[in-house]
Every structure is written in structure tokens, then in C-alpha cells.
Design a protein around this ligand. Structure first.
Ligand code: NAP
Ligand code: G4F
Length: 320
């Protein structure tokens, strides 16, 4: 019989790639979608007929219990969150409710309905914040630098706690930044690749950004969802760092993205203080040795191929 999985955050970047992957593995996929006045299914429109979309919200435990009772998944992938770091300073309480307490609501719903359900939590390299070691691995101390990072530390530890308190099969993937043509337009990679396409199409004459010196370990989202599936299939739940092991600055990102369209970033990029954060994460670079050794996971798409893929996609979207 086909396995059944529930994905929260299925309308987001990772949810859509994970749904693609689980369908290709023969899963029955249930997607939790929060109520909105307009439909927001662009990233899953190509597979919508193969999915069962159900209404629910991480803010509302009753809805989570009902979905688990009605659909009885064997696996739950908790990808839903207020995921934009910058917005977490303007909406810190909402970020805490969804990104931190939302995890407890889901874990407790699992404990109530069926403690045999296997659980995956979307933890984040933002938890390392002001990094204590370089590169960062599963033993690196957390030092979050934003309300989002703080909320993710809570979500991470409550997952560990429910695993240890109730013996749940609960794993966390500590994923470093991962991007794709489906990335939200507000995140820096997509903002840059979309900005390049807009300039090429004659729709903009400049691109306004914040800190060009921040460094990130950027990988490809479709590679990273393979690690989520692998973690949940293990006999023993555990936590894993997922990263490429390479770091690049926002400035390098600009250089590579503009060059892919035959442009020089210095001619268009303007630093705007509006996009500088109250506290910054200066450098992230992950060590995913454990994932390689235990899960057999590795990334297939490197930084340069990823940025080129995103530029080409955005140029195509705008017909530039
Ligand atoms: P994303 O594109 O922003 O997607 C977030 C998803 O969460 C959307 O489907 C959104 O629904 C849903 N959501 C937000 N609040 C909700 C609520 N209260 N109840 C139910 N659903 C809610 O994020 P992503 O990049 O795919 O990331 C997936 C997860 O991984 C997030 O938890 C993120 O924090 C974490 N993460 C991401 C990265 C990365 O680099 N991408 C790295 C580490 C960890 P709507 O479509 O209705 O807004
Ligand atoms: O693309 P970003 O907004 O991603 P950030 O803050 O690293 O968070 C992403 O990755 C986390 C994993 O580490 C996830 F947990 C989280 O959910 C999200 O997916 O910003 C990357 C860097 C930052 O240092 C930021 O200050 O780019 C810098 N940046 C410079 N100018 C900018 C801009 N970021 C954005 N979004 N917009 C700018 O104009």
C-alpha cells in the first residue's frame, strides 16, 4: 500500500519540491493549506490533481488534530513557518507563534492522534547566527540573531524534547540556505535574479539591496528535499546539517547573476539602508559530513549552476 505523508507549507518553495519528490516515490500526499482570500497554489499547480489539499493552520491545534485524524498520515513534514528573516523584526510575535509554537502544536497533535507518526522539522542554519565555529556542524552552539532564528531554536529543541520525552520518531534537518526558480521574490537570490531579468527587459534601471558582504552557503532546494525524505526513512530519528560546504558573498551572487545576462553588477546595484538588518548573520558555511556518511546525501547542483538556472528562468518568465 502507498505511504501517506502530510506536508505543511506545501504552497512554499520546499513544500512544492518535496511534494514532487514524494509523488515520484509513490506516496499519497496530503498538503496543509491555510485559508486565504485568494488561492496561492502557483508552485504546485503542475501536480495539484495528484494532491489532497486540506485546510489548516499552525496557529490552530484543533485544525491539526482534525487533519491527522481524518487522513492518518504515516509521515509529517513540518515545513510551514513565517520564513522571512527580515519580516521577523516587524512581526516578532507572529513569527514566534507560527515558527516556534506551531511546532509544539503539531508535535502535540501527533502525540494525541498517533505517536507512531514519523515527524520532520525544518530547522535552520539561522540558529547558528553569530557563528561559534567555522564550518558549522551538528555540535556547533546556537547563537540566533533574529526573532526568526530564536523561534527556530525553540522549534528545534521542542522537537528534540518530544523525541526524548515521548519517544516520537522526530528528526530535524538543519538546512543551510537553499534556492531555486521557485524561491520567493523577497529572498536575496531571487531578488537578484529577478532584478537582472527586469533590467534586461527594460522594466528597471537599478536594483536596491542591503548588506553585500554577508556570506551564505547556498544550495539547490530540489537537492535538499532528498535529505528530508532520507532522514524520515531511518530507523532512528536524529538531526543532520544539510549544506554545500561552500560560502559566497551577496556581492559574488550579484557578480555571477548579472554576468549570466551579460551585465556588470556595479552598473546597477545600489545599497539601500532600508534593507540592512538590525542584527546580521555575517557568515554561514555548513559541514554536512554526517549527512554524507549516514544518509548517503550529497548535493548535485553547485552555486554557479544554481544562479545561472535562476537567471535563465527569470529571463524566460519576462521574455527578456
Ligand atoms: P516558504 O517558501 O516561505 O514557505 C513557507 C510555507 O509556510 C508556505 O506554504 C506558507 O503558506 C506556509 N505557512 C506560513 N505560515 C503558516 C501557518 N501559520 N500555517 C500553515 N502554513 C503556514 O519557505 P521555504 O523556503 O519553502 O522553507 C520551508 C521551511 O524550511 C520553513 O520552515 C523555513 O523556515 C525552513 N528553512 C528554509 C530554508 C531555505 O533556505 N529555504 C533554510 C532553512 C530552513 P502561504 O503560501 O499561505 O504563505
Ligand atoms: O535571502 P535572505 O533573505 O536569507 P536569510 O536571511 O539567510 O534566510 C533564509 O535562509 C535561512 C537559512 O539560513 C532560512 F532559515 C530562512 O527561512 C531563509 O530562507 O538573506 C540572505 C543575506 C542576508 O545576510 C541579508 O542581509 O542577504 C542579505 N541581503 C542583502 N541585501 C539581502 C538583501 N537579503 C534580502 N532578503 N534582501 C536584500 O535586499
Amino acid at each position: 500500500m502507498a505511504k501517506r505523508a502530510l506536508i505543511t507549507g506545501i504552497t512554499g518553495q520546499d513544500g512544492s519540491y518535496l511534494a514532487d519528490l514524494l509523488l515520484s516515490e509513490g506516496y499519497e500526499v496530503i498538503g496543509l493549506v491555510r485559508r486565504s482570500s485568494t488561492e496561492n497554489n502557483t508552485r504546485i499547480s503542475h501536480i495539484q490533481e495528484q494532491l489532497t489539499l486540506v485546510s489548516g493552520d499552525l496557529m490552530d491545534e484543533v485544525s491539526l488534530i482534525s487533519v491527522l485524524r481524518d487522513h492518518r498520515p504515516q509521515e509529517v513534514y513540518n515545513l510551514a513557518a513565517q520564513s522571512f528573516v527580515q519580516a521577523s523584526w516587524t512581526q516578532p510575535v507572529l513569527t514566534g507563534e507560527a515558527t516556534a509554537l506551531g511546532v509544539t502544536r503539531m508535535l502535540d497533535a501527533i502525540r494525541t492522534v498517533d505517536p507512531e507518526i514519523r515527524f520532520y522539522q525544518a530547522s535552520s542554519s539561522e540558529m547558528f547566527g553569530r557563528v561559534r565555529t567555522v564550518p558549522q556542524n551538528e555540535h556547533t552552539e546556537f547563537y540566533p540573531r533574529s526573532p526568526y532564528g530564536v523561534a527556530k531554536v525553540y522549534g528545534h529543541w521542542i522537537t528534540v524534547n518530544y523525541r526524548e520525552s515521548y519517544n516520537l520518531h522526530a528528526s530535524s534537518g538543519i538546512l543551510f540556505n537553499h534556492e531555486s526558480p521557485r524561491r520567493g521574490l523577497e529572498f536575496v537570490t531571487r531578488k537578484v535574479t529577478n532584478g537582472v531579468a527586469r533590467i534586461k527587459a527594460g522594466l528597471s534601471s537599478e536594483l536596491r539591496l542591503g548588506n553585500l558582504d554577508a556570506h551564505r552557503d547556498w544550495g539547490y532546494a530540489a537537492d535538499y528535499v532528498r535529505a528530508m525524505l532520507a532522514m524520515v526513512q531511518r530507523d532512528t530519528p536524529d538531526d543532520f546539517v544539510i549544506a554545500t560546504g561552500e560560502t559566497h558573498s551577496v556581492r559574488e551572487l550579484c557578480e555571477v547573476a548579472f554576468a549570466a545576462a551579460g551585465l556588470k553588477y556595479e552598473d546597477y546595484v545600489v545599497v539601500d539602508p532600508k534593507f540592512i538588518r538590525p542584527a546580521e548573520v555575517d557568515l554561514l558555511v555548513g559541514d554536512s559530513t554526517k549527512a554524507r556518511d549516514v544518509l548517503g546525501w550529497k548535493c548535485e547542483v553547485d552555486f554557479y549552476a544554481l544562479i545561472e538556472m535562476m537567471v535563465v528562468s527569470d529571463l524566460n518568465i519576462l521574455g527578456a
